[in-house]
Design a protein around this ligand. Structure first.
Ligand code: HEM
Length: 447
């Protein structure tokens, strides 16, 4: 037991680079093994000191109880600002509170019925494409397929039909932004984005393309406020307590944020769930049986979801093993003590859902896919070490949106198809999201 106020234990590292080489080589493996040193571990990434906090009770202190001392505007939020400007993902304090207040109603539960309809319509297009691939025995890349699906759903939920003609351009530009954010997040000292390297030029071209399209969509809606039931409309209608509305620049930042935060996260979650179910046939059988009983061949609706408990347990277990947002960074404002260890002010701190959700003390046999952990009980929360959507003031604003979309998409696809991995189980890449490191070829079989 560490005496109060002593430095946290630290795994062996290099004199100058500290733990940076090990972290860069294998971030997930390194953080998991570092967590063996204690519930609070001191890491040195080059010149930066970060504490990794893994114990659920201490994670709760950081994200919830003492959230005011753990600001979200660390290095990764500053990088995020390059893409999203001042946004929910990149600010803290009063600016963040105003954004959160204005954006919250956009995700109101009454809007979820519209989202369900959008999801099912987009899934129907996927059904057509997959049926064709199944008949022709063609292999598909699950990552590309599900990214396209979630991008279509996010785009239509935000902009309704208006995005249609621009969807291809935006879909192509986004990965360029995500790749640059990922590259910068791994570099200890990234060049300023204005330095005209080829990569930066590509990044600025992609950002300009998205900005031009989003500006056109906002201007079009201002000219003809059609009263549509999409997120753009909700952002245009949003009013602060003093009656002020969001500016065009703020609406642009929200729109770019929702597309960024909302599509790769859900796509990766779907890929992991389908891959895990294919590799664990005894877990897939009851899910298929449940779908056959509840849907009897129909396309699912919102009303079917409460009865799809096996499917939901598989989804939650997949979010436990592969949480799309695997790392959350905070900046420590004032020196604090956590678990008896001193956490110096003005240092960094990280919480990893990936590591906490695989702690053997809380999750017996932690690496095994076992949906029964989530069956027939109130869903576990932070106290049990389950935090795929974070916790506290910065908890995911799109959580209900994401869960609804994932459940409906899985129900639609699994009730029609068997999806078989054509190769090995995908290796994870801890990028901006936790996603497969390479393409995931699958064979599709009609059920
Ligand atoms: C399976 C899908 C998703 C997962 C696993 C996920 C996870 C998370 C997590 C863990 C956080 C907290 C990060 C932190 O504490 O620093 C977060 C925040 C956020 N998420 Fe999600 N998310 C998902 C889908 C979505 C969707 C669909 C949207 C929007 C359409 C969205 C928008 C956001 C935003 C704006 C924030 C920042 C909230 C704030 O700081 O006030 N996410 N998400």
């Amino acid at each position: 037991m560490t005496p109060p106020g002593s430095p946290a234990p630290s795994p062996p590292g290099w004199p100058l680079a500290g733990h940076a080489p090990a972290f860069r080589r294998d971030p997930l493996g390194f953080l998991r093994s570092a967590a063996n040193s204690g519930p609070v571990v001191r890491l040195r990434l080059g010149p930066f000191v970060y504490h990794l906090v893994t114990d659920p009770a201490l994670v709760r202190e950081v994200l919830q109880a003492r959230a005011a001392n753990y600001a979200r505007d660390g290095r990764s939020a500053r990088q995020m600002r390059l893409v999203t400007g001042e946004s929910l993902l990149s600010t803290e304090g009063d600016t963040w509170r105003r954004h959160r207040r204005l954006a919250q109603p956009v995700f109101h539960s009454q809007r979820l019925a519209g989202l369900a309809a959008t999801t099912v319509a987009a899934c129907t297009e996927t059904i057509d494409r997959w049926s064709d691939a199944a008949r022709k025995g063609r292999t598909l890349d699950l990552v590309a397929e599900l990214s396209r699906l979630t991008f279509t759903i996010a785009g239509r939920s935000l902009f309704g039909a208006d995005l249609g003609p621009h969807a291809g351009a935006v879909e192509q530009a986004y990965p360029v932004l995500v790749d640059e954010l990922f590259r910068r997040s791994r570099a200890l000292a990234a060049l300023p984005a204005w330095v005209p390297t080829p990569g930066h030029r590509r990044f600025h071209r992609a950002l300009a393309a998205i900005d031009a399209i989003v500006a056109e969509l906002i201007a079009g809606r201002r000219r003809a406020p059609a009263g549509r039931d999409d997120l753009l409309d909700a952002l245009l209608q949003a009013r602060d307590e003093d009656g002020s509305a969001l500016s065009d620049a703020e609406i642009r930042n929200h729109a770019v944020t929702f597309l960024l935060a909302g599509h790769e996260t859900t796509a990766s979650t779907l890929v992991w769930t389908l891959a895990l179910l294919d590799q664990n046939r005894p877990e897939l059988d009851p899910v298929e049986a449940e779908l056959d009983t509840v849907l009897a061949g129909r396309i699912p609706t919102l009303a079917d979801l409460p009865r799809l408990t096996r499917l939901d347990a598989a989804l939650q277990e997949s979010l436990r093993l592969f949480p799309a947002i695997w790392l959350a960074e905070r900046r420590v404002l004032e020196t604090d003590t956590l678990g008896g260890c001193t956490i110096p002010g003005d240092s960094g701190l990280v919480v990893s859902a990936y590591v906490t959700q695989r702690l053997a003390a809380h999750w017996p046999d932690p690496d095994t896919f076992r949906p029964a952990r989530f069956s027939g009980r109130t869903p576990p929360g932070l106290a049990e070490g389950f935090l795929p959507f974070g916790a506290g003031p910065h908890q995911c604003i799109g959580q209900h949106f994401a869960l609804l979309e994932a459940r409906l998409a899985l129900a639609t696809l699994l009730s029609r198809f068997r999806i078989h991995l054509a190769g090995e189980f995908p290796a994870p890449l801890a990028g901006i999201t936790l996603r497969p490191a390479a393409t995931v070829p699958v064979r599709i079989e009609l059920r």
